[in-house]
Design a protein. Sequence first.
Length: 283
Amino acid sequence: MAWIFLAPFALVFLVYTAIPTVAALAISFTDMHGADLRNPFAVDFAGLSNYVRLFGSAQFLHDILNTGIFVIVGVPVTMAVGFALALALNSGLRRTRGIFRTIFYAPVVTNVVAVALIWQYAFNQSGTINDALANFGFAGPNWLADPHLAMPVVILLGVWRNFGTAMLLFLAGLQGVPEDVQEAAALDGAGWWRRLWYVTLPLLLPTILLVSVLLGVFFLQVFDEPYLLTKGGPLGTTESVALFTYKQFGFGDYGLSSAASFVILVLVGVISFVQFRLLRPRT
């Protein structure tokens, strides 16, 4: 009976995840290109040459650095915004919690293509952001064409799209903190900040671990934001490893693209392992 209930999921997982993953791993050790699709028997075993090509590519190494910036900046900023909003909804806005929760979660479910078009217009040379700055006497730059400003805008879009998820998870965690523990700490003379630091945050460590892992996986695989806003430009300053993988696949270099996708998998595994090692023993 158990296998009967598991069969639909197992079949979907096998067809759409397991088999493609194994096939991609095998392709990463070959010299497969677009033309080889007509004659798969012409594909030759290439060993680790695709991985050697990857780490010998200055653009790929730069994309790893870009992805690291996405993670290092995007994860803590998203967590901070989500946690601050969760604190506000859990304390001072209880009566209107449902309304604000819906408003703040809207970016998560909004169509990313439509959002990207709006952001492109807003951060254009003659967009609404520069119009607002002009009202205060400032001449705004062309944000998405500036190598120093494009990355912050792309990260900002990623934060905007994900802080709603962090907020909901933190709000659920805050509502699970026992009220009697907070009251006991208050009776012992602990102020709001000390209760937050010594009571709330330690009890929220499982939630913090969950949020950090989810956001870490998202920003390590970030694709939509740089692709839709800048196509990885200007000068490759916003190109992520996922976008590099997509471009190589588009060029027909399937072996190199598959190798790059497994580098992403290894990065996700390493970062998640580090997060679990840092936070899980304390939970």
